[in-house]
Design a protein around this ligand. Structure first.
Ligand code: BGC
Length: 302
């Protein structure tokens, strides 16, 4: 995966290979150089589904920006451990904690383990999400429940634990001007209908009003709740949409900015939304989509 804007990707890959051979430096250490002012210093962050894709980029960026992080995963422990090791080797703090976010007891155990490690939470990134695509008439109840369970109920369960701790602890002015920050990973499909993906689109539509309703409720307590709405970002979830030149050409027709997104695009947005730089921002979805939500078909039609 790339942690950098596309124009530096190749150089960075070469550098990483060199670094590994020489045993000095790492991709994570280079990422840290992006955040010399350490906007998340002394903050504790939990990122769900952080062992691959967008979640991995987000947890790496938050750690590079100074946060102590929890790398949540449900399967593939070695991937989570590798991320933790790389963050630590670059001078950061990280632990991996397993939990299925759709299960109440596992979520509560994960938060307890985080408090054991770090004492509290300042930033929650509700990222864990998946697709189980199907034509509507063939969609099974299991496919529906699985997607809603992880993508929507999982966000509710984690946000509820985080809000409880934010309310208990209140603001620590030396840490942040907010009592806590929640970032929900939504999608352009919180507003763009998606045939063949009714369960996924319904889950993201649900995330939108979960986020806004919660933001409205806890704003007086100085808790900020926002979403990021990624467009097409190169990750395993949508590999078939970009991994051949033909597929990528089709995809680009939907993206006015004419490039497919990188997970670093989301990592950088997450750092901003988690930091005091966005202190007056709550209840919004920040679309990071190259203009996918701009109805590109109308550029020439209508
Ligand atoms: C989906 C991807 C898709 C993108 C744009 C995301 O939420 O997970 O599979 O490529 O939206 O359609």
């Amino acid at each position: 995966m790339s942690l950098y804007p596309p124009y530096t990707r190749i150089t960075k890959k070469v550098k990483r290979m060199t670094a590994t051979v020489e045993g000095v430096g790492s991709l994570q250490a280079e990422l840290r150089d992006r955040y010399p002012h350490q906007p998340l210093k002394n903050q504790k962050a939990l990122v769900t589904g952080a062992n691959s894709g967008i979640g991995e980029a987000v947890v790496r960026h938050l750690a590079a920006a100074g946060a102590s992080v929890v790398v949540n995963y449900v399967a593939n422990e070695p991937a989570a451990a590798a991320i933790v090791n790389e963050i630590k080797a670059a001078g950061g703090e990280a632990v991996a904690i397993q939990a299925d976010v759709s299960k109440e007891d596992q979520v509560q155990a994960m938060f307890a383990a985080m408090y054991e490690a770090y004492g509290t939470i300042d930033i929650l990134v509700n990222n864990a999400g998946l697709q189980k695509d199907s034509a509507f008439a063939d969609m099974t109840l299991d496919q529906w429940n699985f997607v809603l369970g992880v993508n929507l109920t999982g966000q509710f369960l984690c946000a509820r634990e985080a809000v409880r701790e934010f309310l208990r602890r209140g603001i620590k002015p030396e840490v942040s001007s907010a009592a806590g920050k929640i970032i929900c990973m939504s999608s352009v499909h919180e507003v763009i209908p998606w045939a063949g993906h009714a369960n996924y689109a319904a889950s993201k539509g649900g995330v939108m009003l979960l986020m806004k309703s919660l933001a409205q409720e806890v704003a007086p307590k100085k808790i900020r709740v926002n979403s990021i709405g990624p467009g097409a970002i190169k990750t395993p979830i949508n590999r078939s949409a970009w991994d051949t030149p033909q597929a990528e050409a089709e995809l680009l027709k939907l993206i006015p900015y004419e490039r497919v997104g990188e997970s670093s695009d989301i990592g950088r947005a997450a750092v901003w939304l988690a930091s005091d730089d966005s202190d007056y921002v709550t209840g919004v979805t920040l679309f990071v989509d190259g203009g996918m939500t701009l109805y590109p078909g109308f550029a020439t039609g209508g």
